[in-house]
Design a protein around this ligand. Structure first.
Ligand code: PLP
Length: 366
């Protein structure tokens, strides 16, 4: 039995007619960019994220870039973030000529270790940018305490964590603002690139709305130098349909995760730890295994899809060599890069498939 890492068709087929009707409606209206479909989705997304405002943008990357621009992050500023994350987190900081300052992770959760943040705060620190990796919130209680003590804003990179909760509060409502990605592999995936910024701060929201259209509120009047970060109406229409099913999909992923936890318990496979304060949406189910690359190859031989997020930490990327963060500087980040393996976790997986993945994995680590 082959098991793919992700099967988007399995999600699409049961809602195919509904999605196609929604796309048709946009086509018939020819209101293609921003406009009523985007506004309707933004309203529902803000409700879902328990924030006052949601601003639809062109991708998760652009959500980060637009937010950092709205926070006036610029040359000379430092922004604290993890190195064990997707490139966009630090890439957007660097694109604004600010400096990403990397902090190591808590090895149990893969999220930024709050106890290591304060040592990296300087007079140039402008903001904290924790990532809710793999669908589990970072320790926002501790992070917010540190931010308050140093008068810093917290921007949540919630690209992988739409709907995840910390102490009952939803990702994006935990900090000053949060950024979402609707890249197709996310729990809420568009039919192309899309993203959003969610926040309770109305002034910040308004600034983001302007920045997403070249800083312009009225045609050909530019208050700020912004970008082109608009969300396409077809994406909003698709996302609005999918939002209705999102909680069911989260639950199905959580069921699959619980079964993996049970089947892999007591083996050499280290299963992901979710803190008591957290409710994970399991965008990824990431284990640690010895001889990871060999294990991955054995899984592939048996038709089981698995992936490595992330093989190279950001501080060791060629483009960040100028930051001079040496190998060994973030030991838990570097160890995670050697050991992690993401298993199939998508909602439509059947129990027999989860059992098959676990069986092959247990054999591979023997
Ligand atoms: C942690 C994190 N941040 C940012 C992004 C960027 O999102 P996008 O791919 O929609 O630009 C991603 C997307 O994969 C991500 O995983």
């Amino acid at each position: 039995m082959d098991v793919k890492l992700l099967d988007l068709t399995a999600q699409y087929l049961p809602i195919r007619n509904e999605i196609r009707r929604a796309i048709d409606e946009v086509c018939d209206s020819q209101a293609l960019i921003l406009g009523p479909y985007v506004e309707r989705f933004e309203k529902k997304l803000a409700e879902y994220c328990q924030t006052r405002a949601a601003i639809g943008v062109s991708s998760g990357t652009d959500a980060l870039l637009c937010s950092l621009m709205a926070m006036e992050v610029g040359p000379g500023d430092e922004v604290i973030c993890p190195s064990f994350t997707f490139f966009a987190t630090a890439g957007c900081i660097a694109r604004l000529r600010a400096t990403p300052v990397f902090v190591d992770i808590n090895p149990a959760t893969f999220n930024i270790d709050p106890e290591k943040i304060e040592a990296k705060i300087t007079p140039r620190t402008k903001a904290l940018l924790p990532v809710h990796l793999f669908g589990q919130c970072a320790d926002m209680t501790r992070i917010n305490q540190i931010a308050a003590a140093h008068n810093l804003k917290v921007l949540e990179d919630a690209a992988q964590a739409v709907g995840a909760k910390h102490k009952g509060h939803v990702a994006c409502s935990l900090g000053f603002a949060g950024c979402l990605s609707f890249y197709p592999t996310k729990n809420l995936g568009a039919f192309g690139d899309a993203g959003a910024i969610c926040t309770n701060d109305e002034a910040f929201a308004e600034r983001c709305r302007l920045l997403r259209v070249h800083g312009s509120g009225h045609q050909y009047h530019h208050q700020y130098i912004g970008g082109m970060f608009r969300l396409a109406a077809i994406q909003a229409a698709v996302l609005e349909v999918k939002l209705k099913y999102l909680n069911d999909w989260h639950e199905a992923r959580r069921r699959n995760a619980a079964l993996y936890d049970k089947l892999l318990a007591g083996s050499k496979v280290i299963t992901p730890r979710i803190e008591n304060d957290n409710w994970s949406i399991y965008n990824q189910y990431v284990v640690r295994v010895p001889n990871r690359d060999h294990v991955r190859a054995l899984l592939a031989d048996q038709g089981i899809g698995a992936a490595v997020y992330y093989p190279i930490p950001l501080h060791r990327q060629e483009c960040f060599a100028y930051l001079n963060v040496p190998e060994g500087a973030l030991p838990e980040t570097e160890r995670a890069c050697r050991e992690v393996l993401a298993l199939p976790i998508y909602p439509e997986l059947e129990e027999a498939q989860v059992r098959r993945v676990a069986e092959v994995l247990l054999e591979a680590v023997k």
